[in-house]
Design a protein around this ligand. Structure first.
Ligand code: SAJ
Length: 426
């Protein structure tokens, strides 16, 4: 199939880079977002998210004349839905954005069109939710138009490269739908494009992220066990990983982001009687911020009126994304225990977060602190030396939740250091 125009609904971390790449590969692209601030920002030539290379890609796409943005879809050859699928308080998937994107496509749907869902979704969403909405157009899915599900699997921080290079799974509601999806993505994907059915493709995506969540959960549980048994978990993991078939991931303050901390819940929601291990792993990772709170308590005693400099708010190193961030969760727990926290996030200084004082500079966070708490392994923090930190703060107590700092240099500079997963007995 040949595509000239694509309409992409949702201009976030996936929709915007995908729109830029389609446009720089010669397709006419209309990027649609319901948030007027996003549209204004993009129309003024700026981007609203931090992703290496995205600003340049976007500018190139606009200059080529192929990319425009609007708040409403228009007729196109293909429609791509890349809207968020968050969860409600009770962890059920909130599919409202997918439903309303699909509804917005209905009046524009024509014979021969392709609609692709990219948003991570519970199993069977494509056939049970998307298809009936699109058939309100009066057209018959699989006969008059095509529907496919294609999960995005790119890693924030490397999105532009991975969009092009990664293998891509396309699941169609019919083999012809999968083939149409293949033809669309072949515009720019250099990795293998593998065709399957829609529900398998949905499940593949959830399995990938659940697999990672369960593996991080075991690393986090090992960190707790090591602390109890007088062991340094980082050293133990390094040694275990010398085994040719073992690859233990890193413990940390918890699991965040919009993917790994969310997607496994879609299995739990859809099949609670079966997804037992998955639920347990989620609970281990979600409770990790409480272990960080305990580490801080052990270092400072009672927390009332103590001042803490929190280094990092992002959900992982070198990104500006604060969604579901365990660092944010840790700060709320510390504040609930009576501490005063100033947080510095180099990728989003002065971030606007309810009840969190996010400051503009590291110096500001460190001033007056009683304890420095490292929550994210950002490049900027990796570059900090004991001498530098000693000159910027009167605090001499450090807590490291990401395995960055090793004991000796910091002790020699006059700091006491408590590390996640490292027993005090060592
Ligand atoms: N984390 C650890 N220990 C580790 C690795 C990660 O605690 O050893 C934490 C991170 O700090 C972060 C969370 O896990 O809080 C998730 O980070 P991540 O780098 O593992 O993954 P994401 O959420 O940035 O991206 C994942 C990727 N999925 C997999 O690796 C299976 C990516 O390929 C997906 O495209 C993305 O989810 C997505 O959009 O679903």
């Amino acid at each position: 199939m040949k595509f000239n125009k694509v309409c992409i609904l949702g201009l976030g971390y996936i929709g915007l880079p995908t729109a830029s790449i389609f446009a720089t590969h010669g397709l006419k692209v209309l990027g649609v977002d319901v948030n007027p601030r996003v549209i204004e920002t993009l129309q003024s030539g700026k981007i609203h998210i931090h992703e290496p290379g995205l600003g340049e890609a976007m500018q190139q796409a606009v200059q080529s004349g192929n990319l425009t943005v609007a708040n409403q879809p228009e007729p196109a050859d293909a429609f791509l839905i890349a809207v968020p699928t968050p969860f409600y308080e009770d962890k059920r998937a909130d599919m409202r954005a997918v439903s309303s994107a699909a509804e917005a496509i209905v009046p524009h749907l024509r014979q021969g069109n392709l609609v692709v869902l990219e948003s991570t979704s519970p199993p069977r969403t494509t056939v049970d939710l998307l298809l009936p909405i699109l058939e309100k157009s009066g057209l018959k899915a699989g006969i008059d138009f095509y529907i496919a599900y294609s999960p995005e699997r790119v890693l924030p921080g490397q999105i532009l490269r991975e969009l092009i290079e990664n293998a891509r799974v396309i699941g169609g509601i019919t083999p012809q739908s999968a083939q149409a999806g293949h033809d669309l993505y072949a515009t720019f994907v250099q990795g293998e494009i593998i065709q399957t059915d829609a529900t398998t493709a949905e499940m593949v995506k959830l399995m990938e992220n659940t697999y990672r969540d369960v593996n991080i959960a075991i690393a986090n549980e090992f960190s707790r066990l090591a602390d109890r048994f007088g062991v340094d978990v980082w050293e133990a993991i390094r040694l275990a990983n010398r085994h040719p078939r073992v690859k233990i991931l890193n413990p940390g303050p918890g699991v965040g982001g919009h993917c790994i901390s969310v997607d496994p819940w879609f299995f739990v929601e859809s099949a609670p009687d079966l997804a037992k291990l998955i639920l347990q792993a989620r609970q281990v990772n979600d409770s990790q911020p409480h272990f960080v709170l305990e580490l801080v308590r052990q270092s400072l005693g009672q927390l009332k009126d103590k001042k803490i400099a929190a280094l990092g708010l992002a959900y992982k190193p070198d990104v500006d994304d604060l969604r579901e961030s365990p660092a944010v969760e840790v700060i709320y727990l510390l504040q609930a225990a009576g501490a005063t926290v100033k947080a510095f996030e180099p990728f989003k200084p002065c971030a606007d977060l309810a009840d969190i004082e996010a400051v503009a500079s590291l110096e500001e966070a460190l001033a007056d602190a009683d304890l420095v708490l490292l929550l994210v392994n950002h490049t900027q923090f990796r570059a900090l030396t004991p001498a530098q930190l000693a000159s910027q703060t009167s605090a001499r107590i450090l807590v490291d939740t990401v395995g960055l700092w090793s004991e000796n240099p910091w002790r020699e500079a006059g700091f006491s250091l408590r590390r996640l997963g490292v027993s005090q007995q060592i």
